[in-house]
Design a protein around this ligand. Structure first.
Ligand code: GLP
Length: 244
């Protein structure tokens, strides 16, 4: 696991965008594993800028997202599909048919989850996966528990995640309680993983990841077992975390 300390959020977004650019330059049909939440928005803004400046060509790129709320469709502004269209896909030269987000409205959610892992395989695996982290250590929607699930699956959100994500909804009662999420195994199969950390509420989870043991009570700690993970934090987080 590598730790990259950057000055601030701007630098985090720039550094990550540069890594994306290098990967796409080398492999124009790269498969990008994307995430939602507030953390990757800066990265997406940089990618839009680089696409406008003709520094990155997305015409052959494929993307696959980590998760989606159950019950929310593309038209719902709280869905992760809507978020991805709005924050990235509508502004770059990507073919939307090459962008994949689990279907939260699927009639058979279990089938949808199974076919999502198949889709990742068909695409040839994920070249680079970006992750945010929840304040309880969740990655995608793999919540702290006594066990973790390897494959893409339907999951119940923990109360702390519902509370954390309620900032995006009118009321906490509007936050969906279930999601389809890539499993830990689906994520760990990615060739390269970048974990972006933004927000001081993540200090405890990141400290456990950097200094503690692997535990299902903090799903992010599993990343210790991956051979190519970079955690990107800013100087404030480094100072607050006193990680060494
Ligand atoms: C959601 C997403 C996660 C994301 C997390 C953190 O729960 N499912 O993938 O990492 O939010 O969000 P933020 O980046 O806004 O802190």
């Amino acid at each position: 696991m590598k730790l990259l300390v950057v000055k601030d959020y701007e630098e985090m977004s720039c550094a990550t965008a540069k890594i994306f650019k290098d990967i796409i330059t080398e492999k124009p049909d790269a498969v990008l594993g994307l995430a939602t939440g507030s953390t990757p928005i800066g990265l997406y803004n940089k990618l839009i800028e680089m696409n406008r400046n003709k520094e990155i060509n997305f015409s052959n790129v494929k993307t696959i997202n980590l998760d989606e709320y159950v019950g929310l469709g593309e038209e719902n502004s709280q869905s992760y599909r809507y978020f991805m269209n709005d924050k990235l896909f509508n502004h770059i030269n990507i073919d939307k048919a090459n962008t994949f987000v689990p279907n939260g409205l699927a009639e058979n959610l279990e089938k949808e989850a199974k076919s999502y892992d198949k889709k990742i395989e068909e695409l040839g695996g994920i070249d680079i996966q970006i992750l945010g982290i929840g304040n309880n250590g969740h990655i995608a929607f793999n919540e702290p528990d006594d066990f973790l699930i390897s494959e893409t699956h339907v999951t119940n959100l923990s109360q702390s995640t519902i509370e954390a994500n309620s900032r995006f909804f009118k009321s906490i009662n509007d936050v969906p309680t279930r999601a389809i999420t890539m499993g830990i195994g689906s994520i760990m199969k990615a060739k390269k993983i970048l974990l972006l950390v933004k927000g001081e509420d993540k200090v405890r989870a990141v400290k456990e990841l950097l200094n503690g043991d692997i535990t299902t009570k903090n799903p992010a700690t599993i990343l210790k077992l991956h051979e190519d993970v970079t955690i990107i934090i800013d100087e404030t987080m480094e100072y607050k975390g006193n990680f060494y």
